[in-house]
Design a protein around this ligand. Structure first.
Ligand code: ZN
Ligand code: ZN
Length: 271
């Protein structure tokens, strides 16, 4: 009798240890999720797809209500965007959100609209530049002569098809009516209408406000208004963000990285 009782005890102990272990694993997984939210899915189940379009990134956001495109690459990248939609097996693009009126972010917007019927939304302060086919680069940092020579040369050289937006956005605009839990944060400086799209209060699509080329850093090349840009970065840093997705660079930046990056430059008046 004793060996049987012993075996039963062992089995019971084994089972309870196993149960305790699996409980522990689940707890650990939950803790890990709490400390490091997924960069691929938001808490409400929006799936984030990065589209590497060569010169810049676009993002396809996917939920049950539809697809949403954040930025639209250089001209002629519409094929890559539409192919990715096909791979996802979806043709229900509901909105094209443009972070700002630079050619590497709205270049293929009109072609994607043509193919899908989705409207183009941009902050109203960048609407005119897009509608005129402009890509105003502003001042290149530390190249004083650039404002007078290089930038106008670039701006005159690059010929872009005008893109008339369908929806003009303001700070605080909600995309809920399109089926996405997202709000627009106006973050001017790089361009007057530069805006960040914040999904589920914590997943920010930051355009060129923050670059993830190499070590994540504040926009340091082009701005139309540097002090304004610094204020916009500070505004984004004050939010409790989980991830930031940049227009350039391969990886999203964590909220922690974002909060600690240098937002102002030494040669800039502190405000
Ligand atoms: Zn830009
Ligand atoms: Zn860019």
């Amino acid at each position: 009798m004793l060996p049987v009782a012993f075996l039963l005890t062992m089995l019971a102990t084994g089972c309870s240890v196993q149960a305790a272990l699996s409980g522990l694993t689940a707890d650990r997984a939950a803790a890990a999720l709490q400390t490091a939210p997924s960069p691929d899915y938001t808490p409400s189940g929006v799936r984030i797809h990065r589209l590497a379009l060569g010169a810049s990134n676009a993002y396809l956001l996917e939920n049950q209500a539809g697809l949403y495109l954040v930025d639209a690459g250089l001209p002629l990248t519409d094929g890559l965007i539409l192919t990715r939609m096909e791979e996802l097996g979806r043709d229900d693009l509901r909105l094209i959100f443009i972070t700002h009126a630079h050619i590497d972010h709205y270049g293929a917007a009109a072609a994607v609209r043509e193919a899908t019927g989705a409207p183009i939304a941009v902050h109203r302060a960048d609407a005119a530049a897009m509608a005129e086919g402009n890509t105003e680069l502003g001042m290149v940092r530390d190249w004083e002569w650039s404002e007078d020579t290089l930038v106008p040369l670039l701006e005159d050289t690059i010929q872009i098809d005008p893109v008339e937006p369908d929806i003009l956005l303001d700070d605080g605009a909600s995309l809920a009516e399109y089926g996405l839990d997202a709000v627009v944060l106006h973050t001017p400086g790089h361009t007057p209408g530069s805006s960040v799209l914040i999904v589920d209060d914590a997943y920010a699509f930051v355009g060129d406000l923050i670059s993830a080329n190499g070590k994540p850093h504040a926009q340091s090349m082009y701005a139309q208004d540097w002090p304004q840009l610094a204020d916009s970065i500070a505004r984004v840093q004050a939010l409790d963000l989980a991830w930031a997705y940049s227009g350039h660079g391969d990886e999203p930046s964590s909220g922690e990285t974002l909060r600690t990056l240098e937002a102002r430059f030494a040669d800039e008046p502190q405000q």
